[in-house]
Write a protein that binds this ligand. Structure first.
Ligand SMILES: C=C(O[C@H]1C=CC=C(C(=O)O)[C@@H]1O)C(=O)O
Length: 452
């Protein structure tokens, strides 16, 4: 793994905006409110998170911030958060509790250079204002460094939100002026051939190689509105947005759960192996039958299942690997294997995140050789692509997705990312086609289209 060039200095600079004062959260029930409208015009830090099973969260402002760099960034975030959450006092239902939102870079040695300005190797915020849409209604939570501040903020935002429209138009798309690839088809073939040689000589069994596509926009992009449109096309995916005050906005609609932890229960999955959707249900099934029967796809998928099993086993008292199923998305279909565990002891979700990242669905096997191949062959910075993004709370519970089918909007452009698993017998041209399908969800939403 890339354990060499991490910037450990950030860890000691990690601050809580609350300083030594204990954080206080106050919640109140809300009538319907448009999530997009809450973020409108915000130059503050903002976050949005939605799961396939219906939880939706949106937050803005910074009550506390945790930042870290280097290989031990998972631990450092955990200890900074431990200090800030230690004295947390929250009045409201558990669904509305304060949480920390953010994510990690794919590589340990990540530098926050454009388009990733503002995105440290690990960075989380506890928003000052959080709105949670749950089965139990919609809740506003204000967080501050003391009771009075939290109560005043709650009052202020309750009034502001009451004045906002409950529905917001879905907005026009920005339009695409031009696209630029980091990787030409010829370069891609060379990269895949390099990986195949390493597989043939036994150094490597699988590596996920990725590409970036830089999209120049005709007009400004409204990321919350783009996410809202993605909800319609990709209802069974996560949706996330992390917007930085001094940089861009990272967002996406990933289908892949890295981990969900509640108490001692952990859910994760292997998601690897891709075929296109067909024109008809029968064609969809033909693609799926081919994928299920194909030794290459099963090998590629099996490596991910085995690695997750091995990564979780030391932490678990029980581990259940379910039957393989199919994940059918708007443009693509994947092999999926749900995996559940009961934890052996008291663990923080970030410990599970650290143990699992990167699964071979985005890294490879063995991890070090895959890491080396990625660093030597890919011609762009992965930044936060394919890394954990999500939230955790004061109890160490939380949920993280793998930030694939994602892009970063910064300086009038959106840079999209997509990759594919390479194993023995992979064909560069087929892999190229599969990667292009993975750019589609966001690219399609950026193209010009009349208002809907
Ligand atoms: C790495 C990506 O997809 C992963 C998830 C599902 C299927 C994959 C595959 O078929 O290679 C990848 O492992 C991506 O979308 O950028």
């Amino acid at each position: 793994m890339d354990r060499s060039s991490g910037d450990g200095r950030l860890a000691s600079e990690g601050e809580s905006a609350a300083g030594t004062v204990d954080l206080v959260g106050r919640s109140r029930k809300l009538e319907g409110v448009s999530f997009g409208a809450i973020l409108d015009g915000s130059a503050e830090s903002c976050v949005q998170w939605a799961t396939p099973d219906g939880l939706e969260l949106v937050g803005r402002g910074v009550a506390a911030r945790f930042r870290a760099g280097g290989p031990d960034r998972f631990d450092r975030i955990r200890s900074q958060a431990g200090r800030a959450f230690d004295g947390l006092e929250h009045e409201g239902p558990p669904a509305a509790r304060p949480r920390a939102f953010g994510g990690f870079s794919f590589h340990d040695g990540h530098e926050a250079a454009p388009p990733w300005t503002g995105f440290d190797a690990a960075s989380f915020v506890v928003p000052q204002v959080l709105v949670a849409r749950t089965d139990d209604g919609t809740w506003l939570t204000a967080v501050g460094p003391g009771e009075d501040e939290a109560a005043d903020r709650l009052e202020d935002w309750h009034e502001r939100l009451a004045a906002l429209p409950a529905m917001r138009p879905s907005g026009s798309t920005p339009g695409v002026a031009a696209t630029r690839r980091t990787t030409s088809p010829a370069d891609w073939s060379t990269q895949v051939e390099t990986a195949l040689e390493r597989i043939a000589d036994g150094r490597l069994r699988k590596v996920v190689l990725a590409q970036a596509l830089s999209v120049d926009l005709e007009g400004p992009v409204d990321v919350p509105a783009t996410l809202e449109r993605l909800r319609r096309q990709y209802p069974n995916c996560y949706r996330f947005l992390v917007g930085h005050e001094i940089g861009g906005t990272f967002f996406g609609a990933p289908p892949e759960r890295l981990v969900s932890k509640r108490g001692d229960r952990v859910e994760t999955e292997a998601l690897a192996g891709s075929v296109p959707r067909g024109e008809t249900p029968a064609e969809d099934d033909e693609h799926v039958d081919r994928m299920r029967a194909d030794a290459k796809f099963q090998h590629e998928h099996g490596l991910v299942v085995d690695a997750i099993r091995e990564q979780l086993a030391p932490l678990a008292s029980e581990l259940t690997v379910s039957e393989q199923t199919i994940r059918r998305l708007a443009t693509i279909q994947h092999l999926q294997t749900p995996i559940e565990a009961r934890l052996a002891g008291d663990r923080h979700v970030l410990e599970i995140v650290e143990a699992l990242h990167p699964t071979p669905a985005v890294g490879g096997v063995p991890p070090d050789a895959a890491w080396e191949t990625i660093r030597e062959t890919e011609a762009f910075d992965r930044g936060w692509y394919a890394a954990p993004v999500g939230w955790f709370d004061a109890d160490g519970d939380g949920e993280f997705a793998v930030a694939i089918r994602s892009g970063i909007a910064a300086d009038g452009a959106v840079t999209l990312f997509a990759g594919n698993g390479i194993v023995a017998d992979s064909d560069p041209a087929e892999e190229w086609d599969e990667v292009q399908l993975k750019f589609r969800p966001i690219l399609d939403e950026l193209r010009s289209r009349p208002n809907r």
